[in-house]
Design a protein around this ligand. Structure first.
Ligand SMILES: *Cc1c(COP(=O)(O)O)cnc(C)c1O
Length: 349
């Protein structure tokens, strides 16, 4: 069993702090739900009392709609070819092309839309000129769509002022487009940057969209643990595994929960290790030099080596003599990237 243990009180307290520090916050719940699953995130959004949640794609609406009553903003831009697009009073579509805005305006249910502006990310969205054309179209088509605001997805910050300079430019374009809603959904501005933009552009309501800092901002609030399934004593040269690898030394083989289906993967060997260093390590009896790769599992205080590449649901570790050996049923700490991890169970405590 690969388990995610969540200290619910601490996890929620952290989120409450982030919400308090970012007025108008829109929680982002997409993909694997940052490891927690979309439903749990939707329940948390309800608990936090926010009015809007953002999902990545249309199919994800289903995963949050039952646990959250408010508005659901879809981050992936709407396209006429979206088979699974959901038209519902609660859904806000992101639109980034004039022809898409026209197509939505041609519907008779007055869809709610956020107009995405292209940023230096160059992912999706209107240029300044395109946004002005969109503004003109909205004037011509009257109330054919309900504009909830603009949307801006910034890259990760580079220089001290990079975000603020870009935001100034985007806000100037936004003012020129004269949209009916003075609201901007923004991604990747920190609290200080948000304050600066707010004070410079007082007419606009800023709605920060935040995922990582909200759900994963307090790593002490959750822990990943894997069960030890088997412990085998091995002598040097004993073979094991699919590939009949030989143990580099005497020690123990541990069969533990967690494999490729959970995102347990091979980590790159220590970067920058040159051949000469490798030879030196081999001489010193370094196990990584014997071709074994460091795993994300901790045994007796240190990350241990894979005995062979992880299988679908279990992994095999080698621990040399001298390490305190866990027993079957014990749990080991594991480090995984939460945005790709899948767990057998989530335990709230
Ligand atoms: C994923 C995403 C976010 C949230 O990003 P985090 O770095 O997890 O806070 C915000 N905006 C958009 C458009 C996204 O796709």
């Amino acid at each position: 069993m690969l388990s995610l243990y969540v200290d619910e009180g601490r996890w929620t307290r952290h989120q409450q702090q982030v919400v308090d520090a970012h007025p108008g916050l829109v929680p982002v719940a997409k993909g694997n739900g940052y490891g927690f699953g979309l439903r749990l995130l939707a329940e948390q959004a309800t608990r936090l009392g926010v009015d809007t949640i953002a999902v990545g794609t249309y199919p994800e609406i289903d995963d949050v709609a039952g646990s959250f009553d408010g508005t659901i903003l879809v981050l992936t831009p709407w396209r006429p070819t979206h088979e699974g697009a959901v038209y519902d009073e609660r859904v806000v579509h992101t639109v980034g092309r004039l022809e898409d805005l026209e197509a939505l305006a041609a519907r008779d249910d007055r869809p709610r839309v956020a107009l995405e502006m292209v940023t230096s990310m160059r992912r999706h969205g209107f240029t300044g000129r395109g946004l002005r054309e969109a503004g003109d179209l909205l004037v011509r088509r009257g109330a054919a769509v309900r504009v909830e605001g603009a949307a801006v997805h910034l890259p990760l910050p580079r220089g001290e002022r990079s975000h603020l300079d870009e935001m100034d430019r985007l806000m100037t374009e936004l003012v020129a487009a004269d949209l009916p809603a003075k609201r901007v959904f923004v991604s990747h501005l920190d609290a200080a940057e948000l304050e600066t933009v707010r004070s410079g552009w007082g007419d606009f309501e800023l709605r920060p969209r935040i995922g990582t800092a909200l759900w994963l901002g307090d790593p002490g609030a959750y822990a990943i643990r894997a069960s030890v399934l088997e412990v085998h004593r091995v002598g040097r040269g004993d073979v094991s595994g699919y590939r009949a690898r030989r143990a580099p030394r005497a020690g123990h083989l541990l069969v533990v929960s967690g494999g490729t289906s959970h995102s347990v993967g091979l980590e790159a060997p220590t970067p920058g290790v040159r051949l000469r260093d490798r030879a030196a390590r081999l001489a010193a009896g370094g196990l990584d030099a014997a071709g074994l790769v460091r795993s994300p599992y901790t045994v007796d205080g240190a990350r241990r080596l894979f005995a062979e590449p992880p299988h679908m649901q279990v992994s095999m570790l080698f621990v040399p003599d001298g390490v305190r050996v866990p027993r079957v049923g014990d749990e080991l700490d594991v480090r995984l990237r939460m945005t790709i991890a899948a767990f057998d169970r989530i335990v709230l405590a």
